[in-house]
Design a protein around this ligand. Structure first.
Ligand code: UT7
Length: 329
C-alpha cells in the first residue's frame, strides 16, 4: 500500500484563449482534411492566443483561478513552478513574470523544461519540496503558446497543437487526500525526434536560421507515436504499482492529450474502460505541458473527480520525457 501522502491539490484553474482554429480553417491553409485530422488524431479544433498576449498571461489567469479555488492569497505561496517550452523570453523564467503579475512576493520562481511531461515533473518537484517541509504552498502551472512555434505550412505538425494553461495549488496533505505517488523519466537518445532547433545558443537567431525554419517545432510523428504508446503504458503501469492501486481503483485516467489513438492504447494497457478516461483533445488539440492541468480542472468542475476519488495522470513528450502521478481527492 502507498505510504502517507506528502502533498495534496487544494485548488485548480485553467485559461483557454478565445481564438478558435478549426480543422476546416486548416483545410484552407495546408493540404489536409477534417476527416484525416479527426481519424488520425481525434482533434476537431484548437485554441490560439490573442495578439499581444503571452504564455505568462495565460499562466497568470490560470494561477489566479487556482488560488481563488484554494482559498489562498498569492503572498501565501512559497514556490511557483511553470512547466513550459514556449516561455515569454529566453530568460528569465516565465514563472518570474507570473510572480510579478500576481504579487507572490514570498515565492521562489522557476521554469521546468520537460515538454508535454512538464506539468507532472512540476507536480513531482512540488511534492518533494512539500514532503521535506521546505515549502508549504506551491503553485504548479503548465502553460504553452505553441502556436507561436508552429509552422502553419507544415501539415505534419500544424494540425496538432494549441495554446492554453492550467494550474494547481499544492499544500501539505490532510491525511487521506493527496499524491499517492509520482514518477518521472527520460531518454535523451531520442532528443531530436521532437524539438525546436533554433533560438538556443546552438542556432542563435539569424537570417539563415529563420530561413531554415529553426524557430518551428520539428517532429518525426510516426516514431514519436510508437515511443509514446510504449512510454505512456509503462509510466501508467508503474504508478499503479508504486501507489498500490488496481485498475478498478482508478476513478479517472487523465492522459496527456496528444492523440486519441495513443490515449486508447494507454487505457487498454491498463484495462481501464474509456468511460473512465478524460478526453478534451477534440476541443483544444495538443497543448503540451498545459494539457493535463487543463483536463484536471475541467474534470473537477464537471464533477468527475469528487472527494475520495482517485485520478491517474500520465504524460509523454519531447526529450523524450514521460511522467505519471496518482492522486486521491
Ligand atoms: O505531445 C507528445 C508528442 N507528440 C505526439 O504524441 C504525436 C505523435 N504522433 C502522432 O500523433 C501521429 O504520428 C501523427 C498524427 C502526427 C501522424 O499520424 P500517422 O498516422 O502517424 O501518419 P504518418 O505520419 O504515418 O503519415 C501518414 C500519411 C503520410 O502520407 P504518405 O507518406 O502515406 O503518402 C503523411 O504525409 O499521412 C500524411 N499526412 C497528412 N495527410 C493529411 C501527414 N499529416 C497529414 C495531414 N493531413 N495533416
Amino acid at each position: 500500500m502507498a505510504s502517507k501522502p506528502h502533498s495534496m491539490i487544494l485548488g485548480t484553474g485553467a485559461a483557454i484563449p478565445g481564438r478558435v482554429l478549426t480543422n476546416h480553417d486548416l483545410e484552407k491553409m495546408v493540404d489536409t482534411s477534417d476527416a484525416w485530422i479527426r481519424e488520425r488524431t481525434g482533434i476537431e479544433e484548437r485554441r490560439l492566443i490573442e495578439e499581444g498576449r503571452f504564455t505568462s498571461d495565460l499562466c497568470t489567469d490560470a494561477a489566479r483561478m487556482a488560488l481563488s479555488d484554494a482559498g489562498l492569497q498569492a503572498v501565501d505561496l512559497d514556490m511557483i513552478i511553470v512547466a513550459t517550452i514556449s516561455g515569454d523570453v529566453g530568460f528569465p523564467a516565465t514563472a518570474c513574470y507570473v510572480q510579478k503579475n500576481i504579487g507572490a512576493i514570498n515565492a521562489a520562481a522557476f521554469d521546468v523544461s520537460a515538454a508535454c511531461s512538464g506539468f507532472l515533473y512540476g507536480l513531482s518537484i512540488a511534492d518533494a519540496f512539500i514532503g521535506s517541509a521546505a515549502c508549504r504552498h506551491v503553485l504548479v502551472i503548465g502553460g504553452e503558446t505553441l502556436s507561436r512555434m508552429t509552422d502553419y505550412s507544415d501539415r505534419n505538425t500544424c494540425v496538432l497543437f494549441g495554446d492554453g494553461a492550467g494550474a494547481v495549488v499544492m499544500t501539505p496533505s490532510n491525511g487521506r487526500a493527496g499524491l499517492l505517488g509520482t514518477m518521472i523519466g527520460s531518454d535523451g537518445r531520442y532528443a531530436d525526434l521532437l524539438y525546436m532547433p533554433g533560438f538556443g545558443t546552438k542556432n542563435p537567431p539569424s537570417l539563415e536560421s529563420v530561413k531554415a525554419g529553426y524557430q518551428f517545432i520539428k517532429m518525426e510523428g510516426r516514431e514519436v507515436f510508437k515511443q509514446a504508446v510504449t512510454a505512456m503504458g509503462e509510466a501508467a503501469t508503474r504508478i499503479l504499482h508504486q501507489a498500490g492501486l488496481s485498475s478498478d481503483q482508478v476513478d479517472l485516467l487523465i492522459p496527456h492529450q496528444a492523440n486519441l489513438r495513443i490515449i486508447e492504447a494507454t487505457a487498454k494497457k491498463l484495462s481501464i474502460p474509456m468511460e473512465r478516461v478524460f478526453i478534451n483533445l477534440a476541443k483544444y488539440g495538443n497543448t503540451s505541458a498545459a494539457s493535463i492541468p487543463i483536463a484536471l480542472d475541467e474534470a473537477r468542475r464537471m464533477g468527475r473527480l469528487n472527494q475520495g476519488q482517485v485520478a491517474v495522470m500520465v504524460a509523454f513528450g519531447g526529450g523524450l520525457t514521460w511522467a505519471s502521478a496518482a492522486v486521491r481527492f
